[in-house]
Design a protein. Sequence first.
Lengths: 60, 325
Amino acid sequence: MSTAPGFEGNPIRRSYAKPEIRRVHLKPEEAVLGACKIAGKFGPTAGDCKPVGNCSGIGS
Amino acid sequence: MTAAHVRHPVNRAAKRQKPPAKGAREARSRTHGSTLHLRIAGITVAVTARDPDVVVRVDDASEKFLVAPSGPDAAITAGWGDPGAGDPGNPVFDSGGVWKLYRDGARHRFVFSSQALGPLPYEEATLADDFASGEATLRRSCFQAAQSLMPLQYPLDELLLQGLLARGRGAEIHACGITDASGRGLLFVGQSGAGKTTIARLWEGMRGITVLSDDRIILRRVGGRFTMYGTPWHGEAALAVPAAAPLAGVFFLEHGAANALLPMRGAAAATRLFASGFPPFHDRDGLDFTLAFLGDLAAEVPCHELHFAPNAKVVDFVQSWEAGV
């Protein structure tokens, strides 16, 4: 194991951790602020949406 | 989705039966003519009606964020017209929802359409490259109140703040923000269904506790410290407070059978923040800033994955963590 230039003490040896890929779930329909989120359907253009009522869950 | 679940400009414009809070009335009375000043996370947006006979308004939750006139970070004029008319410019981004973004020379052009309102766009906003100025144009036939204009209705309000934040100011996160009795800020991060509103309701009403928002929090670095701000964009608990607190801890919400904290650091924490954020996917420089900002935050603020059962014990559990910090 190499030490940094000018380092005179004992190097701290870290155990090797193999790099790994971790997947993080992204909900694009939420992230782009473009849609209404209720029961898995998104957006005023989805299915049976009508211009009535007041949605507290839009884009949430 | 059922019909009753759609928040819609027609209905929001017609809604306003409840009188605004006293502070909001005072703030509005201090405005000049038909100009409003809205301050969210320390960022002030002035909205002025182009027609002096038209009054600009904001929704109920945003009224708490109205302030006296001051030098704005962004100045927007608004009026009736024919949104979407002419060549929109080069297509940049399609949200898949109600808005599309075009590039018209050096300006951003957001065009908003809803199938529920017919084939023509109901609003457009042409904004300067730095989001510091712009014009909003709304289609009068889509709105019930002809003398009352709500140009910053969702999602334009958040898109404008998104653009301003991404220019070196901060980031918006899908999170519940709580200020504890000693004034420290706790951020509970999660996408829809993660438990933000559940957490907010468990903490709400406790002595010395303020829930800044149960759904959207803005993060900025102020005086060298990461600070969280309440926003008008609340969740089901309808909690939206124009206040701020230094950020003491970040908790990524996970449902669990029992309460547990798992430390998260570095890229893992920054990635979770990013995935629960509202970054400008259409803006390379803005994305670069947002990633760096969230990376710095993850390096400086303690981050944990919080597995929790939906009962009051999680409040004691988090408070016991605070006591040990």
